[in-house]
Design a protein around this ligand. Structure first.
Ligand SMILES: Cc1cc2nc3c(=O)[nH]c(=O)nc-3n(C[C@H](O)[C@H](O)[C@H](O)COP(=O)(O)O)c2cc1C
Length: 233
């Protein structure tokens, strides 16, 4: 499949067939992830592939976290909510938990580690699509609960980037509409007169990134990008 076609036709699949997914296909998806760009080759991604009853411990964890939020977990309504919580990882035959484990070394910027893992997830979604599989990137507040990364044996600095459902699609949703890129894009092809850009207000701002006190001016171009395409037309 051509890369542009893969990008355009990939969808977040929400309904899966129960059919198992071949291990070789999961391996290809994971290998695609590892070819994502990563600053300093830190390879900050960590993967946990859950299948069959291997999805159960995560379901039980979701259930327990939800139970702790309830005043009375024993009411029939709450019992039903808890049952559904435990079933969440069972919506797809495979759940790949993707986490970032930021390298603990001077100069490594945590945001960049997360960016690299996000790029890896997109590779995974595209690879799954190219292999005839469906996938969905899920997060929600469970992903950000500090205990969840530790549950997978990761450090206190690690975070879950997504729970990736993978399986053969039972239903592929229609593409949600996208605005044309022109709405969010400004082409800059000429130098800008120095007096058109607002100066940085205080020296501390230029020092914040350790770059020293050179008379840097912020390049806020013509008020930034507007939320309508009017200017482009
Ligand atoms: C960081 C991130 C988290 C997401 N979390 C969820 C989620 O928890 N549940 C969900 O249904 N979709 C989730 N999605 C998928 C988006 O809802 C989906 O990409 C969007 O609706 C556009 O649909 P498409 O992927 O088919 O183009 C997430 C996407 C991203 C990038």
């Amino acid at each position: 499949m051509d890369v542009f076609e893969a990008i355009r036709t990939r969808r977040s699949v929400r309904k899966f067939k129960p059919d198992p997914v071949e291990e070789e296909k999961i391996a290809k998806i994971l290998e695609a992830a590892t070819w994502a760009p990563n600053h300093g080759l830190t390879q900050p991604w960590r993967f946990f592939v859950l299948t069959g009853e291997g999805r159960r411990p995560l379901g039980r964890l979701f259930r327990e976290l939800r139970r702790r939020e309830m005043a009375d977990p024993d009411t029939p309504e709450n019992q039903e909510i808890l049952r559904r919580e435990e079933e969440k990882p069972f919506k797809a035959p495979v759940v790949i938990v993707v986490a970032v484990e930021p390298k603990d070394e001077p100069g490594v910027i945590p945001q960049e580690e997360r960016s690299a893992v996000s790029a890896a997830v997109q590779n995974m979604l595209l690879a799954a699509h190219a292999l005839g599989l469906g996938a969905k990137w899920k997060t929600g507040k469970r992903a950000y609960h500090p205990y969840v990364a530790r549950f997978f044996g990761l450090s206190d600095r690690a975070e879950i980037v997504g729970f990736i459902d993978v399986g053969y699609p039972r239903e592929v949703p229609p593409p949600p509409p996208r605005d044309p890129y022109t709405v969010y894009t400004k082409w800059i092809s000429e130098d800008l007169p120095y007096d058109r850009v607002p100066p940085l207000a205080r020296k501390e701002e230029t020092d914040a990134d350790g770059e020293g006190s050179s008379p840097v001016r912020a390049t806020v171009l013509g008020g930034g990008i507007s939320s309508t395409a009017d200017e482009e037309e």
